[in-house]
Design a protein around this ligand. Structure first.
Ligand code: ATP
Ligand code: DNN
Ligand code: MG
Length: 211
């Protein structure tokens, strides 16, 4: 039985890391951010550990820690290295499930020739697509869905992040023919306790089990 889930999004900054923290906390899963671009501020792994309440042994180390917060292909060039996409092999997660977060949106380049979506296609894991609820998200979401479908990547569903927008959420799910998994509201302040409580109210763990 597959126990690994990819968390991707319609864009950078949509809330994949916060969602991943909530999901890993809800499932008791491990977390992996294969390629981290940007080290000056809290990394995604550090954020998931803090907000998801994960012990350090549940965080799989990144394969690439690139200094510059930019597209990984460029951030790697600045660091004088090249992402070897052949090394992006799925780690064994042992007894626990594994939440894997991409970087930015689907068509983010890891190298001049390889997009993250190409890696998702190779992995053939189910994908949760994180999306905003505000104006502009319908286009971003339907484009992302189309790209995933074209590569026959299984979409578990859409996880919305932001304030309720019933018309937009239903338009995306109906026109994109994808499941509405839930909506994580915007939490201010954003704390581990508030996230974990809100996540339990927003999502159902059975949607992410027995994949
Ligand atoms: N539900 C939420 N409530 C409050 N703040 C949030 C929420 N989701 C995300 N944020 C904030 O929005 C910003 C972007 O979120 P996040 O880092 O999760 O995005 P991302 O999609 O993982 O970005 P990246 O592409 O860089 O990995 C962060 O400052 C985060 O704290
Ligand atoms: C730096 C940022 N936080 C992410 N890690 C990488 C986002 C890459 C976005 C590339 C793009 O779509 O222009
Ligand atoms: Mg992130």
């Amino acid at each position: 039985m597959n126990k690994r889930i990819v968390v991707t999004g319609t864009d950078t900054g949509v809330g994949k890391t916060v969602f991943s923290a909530g999901l890993a906390g809800l499932l008791g899963a491990n977390y992996w951010k294969p390629v981290q671009a940007g080290l000056e501020q809290e990394t995604d792994s550090e954020c998931v550990r803090r907000l998801g309440g994960l012990s350090s042994d549940r965080i799989v180390p990144e394969l690439y820690r690139l200094r510059t917060p930019a597209s990984p292909h460029y951030s790697a060039e600045i660091d004088g290295i090249r992402v070897d996409t052949e090394t992006l092999r799925l780690p064994d997660s042992g007894e626990r499930q594994l939440v894997i977060e991409g970087a930015g949106g689907l068509m983010v380049p890891l190298t001049a020739r390889t997009l993250y979506i190409d890696i998702f296609e190779r992995w053939q894991l189910p994908v949760v697509l994180c999306a905003r609820t505000g104006l502009g998200t319908i286009n971003h979401s339907l484009l992302s869905i189309e790209a995933l479908r074209k590569r026959q990547i299984r979409i578990l569903g859409i996880a919305f992040i932001g304030e309720r927008n019933a018309e937009t959420e239903s338009a995306i799910c109906e026109m994109g023919r994808v499941r509405w998994l839930g909506r994580l509201p915007w939490l201010v302040p954003l704390t581990d306790e508030r996230l974990q409580a809100a996540f339990k109210d927003s999502f159902v763990s059975s949607d992410f089990l027995n994949l």
